[in-house]
Ligand binder design. Structure first.
Ligand SMILES: Nc1nc2c(ncn2[C@@H]2O[C@H](COP(=O)(O)OP(=O)(O)OP(=O)(O)O)[C@@H](O)[C@H]2O)c(=O)[nH]1
Length: 811
């Protein structure tokens, strides 16, 4: 339930938590009052942490976030995913399904630092949420499941974090589950989470096993009750207040303490500290000096020097500090908050983003610049305030009421309100300063990825935009009655602004509106949002694969091209339009290609190349008047406008192929000339219509179009014993091509071969992956999981194309 601003602020201010960090006394507990006022102006930039929580689905991100919010005093009770009452999963479908769909942003205080925390979704269909959050984050907490280890989507989010060079720490969660293994998970991290720093184990689990306490990377399971901090050599337990875990007791381990059955916990963990210091000294020269100053004794290296070395290696991307716990049992979360403050960077410690000015010059946006530069990274629809634009401010100050220049669209917009967001709740603030994240109300045209500057700014630049992957599923969407038409149109506009991975198109032939998206679940949720949030009464069609069409090769000339000259001459509403366009058309990749040669449809023109540049002499007049056509003179449109009309006509035609109405791709189109019939008839719209119809005529002349299907690169993670059955299934009924059987398997360091996993990599048509999650569970007794990413589009061979045509047309 959303709290009214005043009440929620009261809660935040009145809450206290206990934290025993930095305590040296035995079994001490220290009262720690949080500074829950989140005023931007009172936190210096070096005390800001913009961090995200990322993981595979179900690793425990939301469960961990709920504990964090409780310990920092943001909430007065812990919400549970399984009870549908968490703060960050506030959307109805999130609560119903127990999964995160959109990333929620919450600021809070911990140890006098301001943490702007973003909880991101783990499901592959919502990967755009992770992508756009990564873009603005300074650090990340990667949560792993101690039983499942490195899962398929963990690798995906790791790669996304690598792409944006985001320093990170890891939290191995679910240590209370049977079969949990810290050492095994960390060994898998070292092998599979590549391209960034080495994992550095900073804590060992403590497990009550019968009468004895044991500790070590191989221990875990239902007896899990705390951790040993290998930096301070303290034992941490949460037994004092198990219902919430808000009290952490720290007890210094000495070589005589914790003796059970003649076994000393201290002796067990010496190996852990030795290994941490050894690993750190491979990465950091500073710690080598300290080590030598302390007689080469691993136990004598002071905690403060290890902390400092961990911070250096985390920021430089050489190391990833690893912590462990069981969020659901309220164990281990406060040390993660401490680690966010201690090891992750402030905005000052990140390399500044790069922008491009109008003339193509690259400039760095530095935190110290006085001029405003912000990136819009997310847009949500608020029931009370309309669209809210989330921004990360990289330089300057964004003031309430200020007129902004959206430099990506060259439009001015007014920032009516600046809001500090608390998941679905908010508080108005006067401004947002460099290094911070906030939401703006009142911006009407800004889209995800746009750059915002002050309208008074002398500097004109655009930051890199956010890459949106092409959609692979589509479903139709029709208003229930004609009275709902307008509401649907408005809602779709808002929806596309909110979620740029949803594409809306209109099929003129069938009169249907088509929604395309990243996956089945994505389109289901989109339909739910249309109905629940935007209150639109509409009928949704079946979710189906979004195929592509490309030119057939039958009618191409021997050099592989086709030339077309098309005369458009039509009268509508008493106005005649006449223009002739000529162009040549050729496939970019050989249309005879098998699915080994894939067509890349990413990029603004969907895998096509459009060349519309014309010289004045390529515009000819059909009139026998002596004047002749001169673009820009005697009533004719200027050359640039004619070219723009050609491009618009071609782009429109590419949106709908002649076979089944799917977008056309893989075409190189070169305009070679225009013939005009006087300025009255040959207007830009006549030229556009000629280009649109002419392109379809050329495709018909080449023998029509054929279908291309999305081919996914699939990574299936399965225990070793299932590799054979999974590979056979992929290469058999799923028409897949196996790329690798994961030769370098993850045999556990603790020697438990039950947990040896392999990654089977393959290229598989998307059509064969519908419902794959449940068949994979069936094939692997629930142990396998997979992730997929669009690799390109492949030509469909004979019978397969006929099957799809029959399925869609119904004959
Ligand atoms: N045994 C155990 N279960 C846990 C722990 N942490 C989370 N869970 C359970 O694991 C399930 C998934 O937890 P979530 O917090 O929703 O995971 P998530 O990563 O946020 O999931 P998505 O947002 O959907 O990607 C829930 O049923 C939790 O109760 C833990 O420490 N131990």
């Amino acid at each position: 339930m959303a709290l009214k601003p005043s009440f929620s602020i009261f809660l935040r201010l009145s809450k206290c938590t206990y934290n025993a960090r930095h305590s040296n006394s035995l079994a001490s507990i220290r009262l720690y009052a949080t500074h829950a006022k989140h005023d931007n102006t009172h936190v210096s930039v070096d005390k800001i942490r913009n961090i995200g929580i990322v993981a595979h689905i179900d690793a425990g991100k939301t469960t961990t976030t709920e504990r964090m919010l409780y310990y920092v005093g943001y909430t007065n009770r812990i919400g549970e995913v399984d009870e549908g009452n968490t703060v960050t999963d506030f959307l109805k479908p999130e609560r119903e399904r127990g999964i995160t769909i959109t990333s929620a942003c919450i600021p809070f205080s911990w140890r006098s630092h301001r943490i702007n925390l973003i909880d991101t979704p783990g499901h592959v269909d919502f990967t755009i949420e992770v992508e756009r959050s990564m873009r603005v984050l300074d650090g990340a907490v990667c949560v792993l499941d101690a039983v499942a280890g490195v899962e398929a989507q963990t690798e995906t989010v790791w790669r996304q974090a690598n792409r944006y060079a985001v320093p990170r720490i890891a939290f191995v969660n679910k240590m209370d589950r049977d079969g949990a293994g810290l050492g095994r998970t960390v060994a898998a991290m070292a092998k599979r989470l590549t391209g960034w720093g080495q994992p550095l184990i900073c804590q060992w689990p403590v497990v009550k096993d019968g009468t004895a306490h044991i500790s070590g990377p191989g221990s875990g399971g239902p007896g899990f009750e705390g951790v040993v901090d290998l930096v301070t050599m303290e034992i941490l337990d949460w037994k004092h207040e198990p219902k919430t875990g808000s009290v952490v007791t720290r007890k210094q381990l000495s070589d005589s303490s914790h003796e059970v059955d003649g076994k000393r916990l201290y002796e067990e963990v010496v190996a852990g500290r030795t290994s941490l210091v050894e690993k750190l000294s491979e990465l950091d020269d500073g710690i080598v000096d300290t080590f030598l100053e302390h007689e080469g004794d691993h136990m004598k290296v002071p905690a403060k020097d290890i902390h400092a070395a961990l911070r250096r290696v985390t920021l430089s991307g050489k190391g990833v500090p690893v912590f462990c716990g069981a969020s659901f049992k309220n164990i281990g979360v406060q040390p993660v908050l401490d680690a966010v403050v201690d090891y992750l960077p402030s905005p000052k410690e990140r390399s500044p983003p790069e922008g491009v000015t109008g003339d193509g010059t690259k400039v760095q946006v530095s935190l110290g610049d006085s001029e405003l530069c912000a990136l819009a990274f997310k847009i949500t629809q608020d029931p009370r305030r309309g669209p809210l634009v989330f921004v990360r401010v990289y330089s300057g100050v964004l003031e309430r009421g200020e007129t902004l220049l959206n430099s990506s669209q060259n439009k001015k917009e007014r920032a009516a309100k600046v809001l500090q967001m608390y998941a679905d709740d908010y508080e108005e603030i006067p401004n947002v300063t460099a290094g911070n994240i906030a939401a703006i109300a009142g911006l009407k045209d800004t889209r995800t990825g746009d750059t915002l500057l002050s309208s008074r700014s002398k500097r004109r630049l655009c930051l890199d935009t956010i890459t949106i992957p092409p959609p692979v599923f589509v479903r139709s969407c029709e208003p229930a009655t004609s009275a709902d038409e307008r509401a649907l149109e408005q809602a779709l506009k808002a929806l596309v602004r909110e979620d740029p991975s949803v594409h809306v198109s209109f099929d003129e032939e069938t009169g249907q509106t088509l929604l395309s998206g990243m996956g089945e679940l994505h389109l289901e949720i989109t339909a739910d949002r249309l109905k629940e949030v935007h209150r639109v009464n509409c009928h949704m069609g079946k979710v189906q694969i979004s195929y592509r069409e490309t030119i057939s090769s039958e009618g191409l000339s021997p050099d592989g091209t086709i030339e077309e000259t098309f005369l458009h001459d039509r009268e509508s509403f008493g106005k005649r339009a006449k223009a002739e366009v000529s162009f040549s058309l050729e496939p970019i990749v050989d249309p005879q290609a098998t699915d080994e040669e894939l067509i890349d449809t990413r990029g603004p023109t969907g895998g096509n190349e459009i060349n519309c540049k014309l010289k004045s002499k390529q515009i000819q007049s059909a009139l026998d008047d002596a004047q002749g056509p001169v673009p820009g003179q005697r009533g004719y449109a200027p050359l640039l406008e004619m070219e723009a009309a050609l491009r618009a006509g071609i782009e429109g035609a590419l949106g709908r192929g002649p076979l089944l109405g799917f977008p056309l791709t893989n075409l190189r189109i070169t305009c070679t000339g225009i013939r005009v019939f006087g300025p009255e008839l040959s207007t830009p719209s006549a030229i556009r219509a000629a280009a649109h119809r002419g392109l379809h005529a050329a495709i018909r002349a080449a023998g029509g179009s054929r279908l291309l299907e999305p081919i996914m690169e699939v990574s299936v993670r399965v225990p070793e014993r299932y590799v054979g059955v999974v590979a056979k299934d992929i290469s058999g009924i799923r028409r897949g091509q196996i790329l690798s059987l994961g030769a370098d398997n993850d045999v556990a360091d603790d020697g438990n071969s039950d947990y040896a996993y392999r990654n089977v990599e393959a290229l598989v048509p998307l059509a064969q992956l519908v419902g794959y999650a449940s068949s994979l569970r069936g094939l692997t007794a629930g142990t396998g999981d997979f992730t997929m990413v669009l690799q390109g589009y492949g030509v469909m061979q004979g019978d397969r194309e006929k099957e799809v045509l029959k399925e869609i047309r119904g004959y």
